[in-house]
Design a protein around this ligand. Structure first.
Ligand code: SF4
Length: 458
C-alpha cells in the first residue's frame, strides 16, 4: 500500500483494517444527528472548528468538541496536513473513527481541514468508509452535509473550545510567502485578511462571552492588510483592538521577520493591554540555510531586527521557532544556529525537524540528512534553550507578575504571566487557596524550574 516517490507516505492501511474487523462490538445508544468535532493541528484549525460549532448551534443541531464519552452519531475530524508526524496523527484519528463506524458506534464520519484539502482524491480512494471529505474553504458544503443551513449572519460568531477567559482571533487566512519547506500555502491558499471592522466586532463578541485575552493568529501576522487595503494594517488593527473595553491582554503570534512592520513596536510599548510578547518564527540563523529556505532575510538583518525590537519594547518576551535538518544544512550551519541561540537568549523557543513535503519548493532537493541526525540536532538546540530558560526563570525569583489563572491541577492553581501564551509556553504554579479561574492576580515568584515557576499571591 505504501507508495514510492513519497506522494502518500502514510502507514500501510491494510495492517490497520484487519485488526478492526476482528473487533466488532455491540452498538450502544447513538444520538443520531448529534455531532462531535475533533480538531487536530494548530490554533487556526481550532478557530475553524469553533466556527463550525457555531453554525451547528445556530441550526439547533446538538454539537460538542472532543467529548470523550460522546454518543454523537456523527463525527467530524478537522485534520492537519503540515508535516509527516501531523499527517500520521490525522490518518490514525480517521482510522480510529472508521473502526467505530465498522463497530456501529457511530453512523457518519466526515473529514475536513488541511490533510483533506491536500490529499482529497487519495483519501477518497483509500477510505471509502468516510461519508465526505471537505477542504479548508468548504465550510458551507460541510455544514450542508451535516443537515444544516450555512448562516452568513453567524459570521464572526464562534462556540469557544478554549477556557472561557481566552480565545484565538484569526486575522487572516493563507500565506503569500515562498518558504521552501512549507506546505501550508498549498492547503490554505493565498493570504486573505479579514476586515478591521469584522475583527473588532469579533473581539467585542468574544469579550461579551467573558474573554479577557486574545491571541492574534494567522499564517503570517505581519502581512495583515496588504491584500485588502493595499498596505500593512497591523498597527491600525492593534490600536482598534486595544480600544475594545474588557480586552486585558492582546498577544501577537506568527510574525514574519522579513519586512517586519516596526511601526507596531511603539504601539506595543504604549498600549497597556497589548502584551510585551512577540512570537516571531525565525527558522534558522545561517545565511546559507536562510537562503535555501527562501526566508528573504539574512543573519545580520535578523540580529538588527531582534535588537530594534528589544530596544523599542523594553522587557519584551520573544518566542521563536527553529527548523533543523533542511536539505543543504551543514554541520557548520547547525553550529552557527546553536551559537545564535546562545547569543540571542530567546525567552521561548520551539524546534521542528525538516519534513520532506511533496509539492513544496524544497522537495526538489534530496532529503539526505538522516532522521536520527535531525532529531539529535533538535535535541542540541533544546538543550541550549533549556539552560537559557532556567537561567531566565531564576532571574524572576522575588519579583511580582500579573498572572491569569487558567485552571486548578494537583492542588495548585495554574496561571500564566504576560510572557506566556496558552498551550505553548511556561506556567506558574500557585499554592494559595480560593483563587478564581479566569481572574488576574499579582503573584510573587518563590521558585523556578527549567520552564515553569512557583509563586504565591502578593
Ligand atoms: S510564512 Fe512561510 S512557514 Fe509560515 S505559513 Fe507562510 S510559507 Fe509557511
Amino acid at each position: 500500500m505504501q507508495r514510492k516517490g513519497g506522494y502518500f507516505r502514510f502507514p500501510p492501511f491494510f495492517l490497520y483494517r484487519t485488526y478492526f474487523f476482528r473487533m466488532k462490538t455491540k452498538p450502544h445508544k447513538i444520538n443520531s444527528g448529534a455531532v462531535n468535532v475533533i480538531t487536530l493541528g494548530c490554533s487556526k484549525n481550532l478557530v475553524d472548528s469553533e466556527v463550525l460549532l457555531s453554525q451547528l448551534k445556530g441550526n439547533n443541531i446538538q454539537a460538542g468538541h472532543e467529548e470523550e464519552k460522546s454518543n454523537a452519531g456523527i463525527i467530524v475530524v478537522n485534520t492537519c496536513g503540515f508535516i509527516d508526524k501531523a499527517k500520521e496523527e490525522s490518518v490514525n484519528t480517521i482510522l480510529h473513527y472508521i473502526d467505530k463506524k465498522e463497530k456501529g458506534e457511530i453512523e457518519k464520519l466526515f473529514v475536513t481541514g488541511c490533510l483533506s484539502q491536500r490529499y482529497k482524491d487519495d483519501l477518497m480512494l483509500e477510505m471509502p468508509e468516510v461519508d465526505g471529505f471537505f477542504g479548508t474553504q468548504d465550510m458551507p458544503d460541510l455544514v450542508k452535509s451535516l443537515g444544516a443551513d450555512y448562516k452568513k449572519e453567524l459570521l464572526g460568531e464562534r462556540v469557544l473550545t478554549t477556557d472561557s477567559h481566552y480565545a484565538y482571533l484569526k486575522i487572516a487566512e493563507g500565506c503569500n510567502r515562498p518558504c521552501s519547506f512549507c506546505a501550508i500555502p498549498l492547503m490554505r491558499g493565498k493570504n486573505v485578511s479579514r476586515s478591521l471592522e469584522f475583527l473588532v466586532e469579533e473581539a467585542e463578541f468574544l469579550v461579551k462571552k467573558g474573554v479577557k485575552e486574545v491571541m492574534l493568529i494567522a499564517q503570517d501576522l505581519t502581512y495583515y492588510g496588504i491584500d485588502l487595503y493595499g498596505t500593512r494594517k497591523l498597527d491600525d488593527l492593534l490600536n482598534r483592538l486595544a480600544d475594545v473595553k474588557g480586552l486585558e491582554w492582546i498577544r501577537l503570534h506568527y510574525a514574519y521577520p522579513s519586512g517586519f512592520p516596526v511601526e507596531i513596536l511603539k504601539t506595543m510599548r504604549e498600549r497597556e493591554n497589548i502584551c510585551n510578547y512577540l512570537d516571531i518564527p525565525l527558522q534558522h540563523a545561517s545565511d546559507n540555510v536562510l537562503k535555501l529556505m527562501r526566508r528573504g532575510i539574512n543573519r545580520k538583518r535578523t540580529e538588527e531586527l531582534m535588537q530594534q525590537i528589544r530596544d523599542e519594547v523594553p522587557g519584551i518576551t520573544l518566542r521563536t521557532t527553529m527548523l533543523v535538518g533542511h536539505p543543504g544544512e551543514t554541520q557548520e550551519d547547525h553550529e552557527e544556529l546553536l551559537e545564535f541561540v546562545r547569543q540571542q537568549r530567546f525567552d521561548r523557543l520551539g524546534v521542528f525537524t525538516y519534513s520532506h513535503e511533496e509539492n513544496t519548493y524544497a522537495h526538489r532537493y534530496e532529503d539526505l540528512i538522516p532522521e536520527e541526525e535531525k532529531e539529535s540536532r533538535k535535541e542540541e538546540v533544546m538543550e541550549v534553550q533549556q539552560e537559557i530558560s532556567f537561567a531566565k526563570n531564576r532571574e524572576k525569583i522575588g519579583k511580582v507578575y500579573k498572572t491569569l489563572i487558567d485552571r486548578k491541577e494537583n492542588g495548585y492553581f495554574v496561571g500564566r504571566t504576560e510572557s506566556d501564551s496558552p498551550e505553548v509556553d511556561n506556567e506558574v504554579l500557585i499554592s494559595d487557596k480560593g483563587l478564581k479561574i479566569g481572574n488576574f492576580y499579582n503573584v510573587k515568584i518563590q521558585d523556578a524550574m527549567e520552564y515553569d515557576l512557583m509563586g504565591t499571591i502578593e
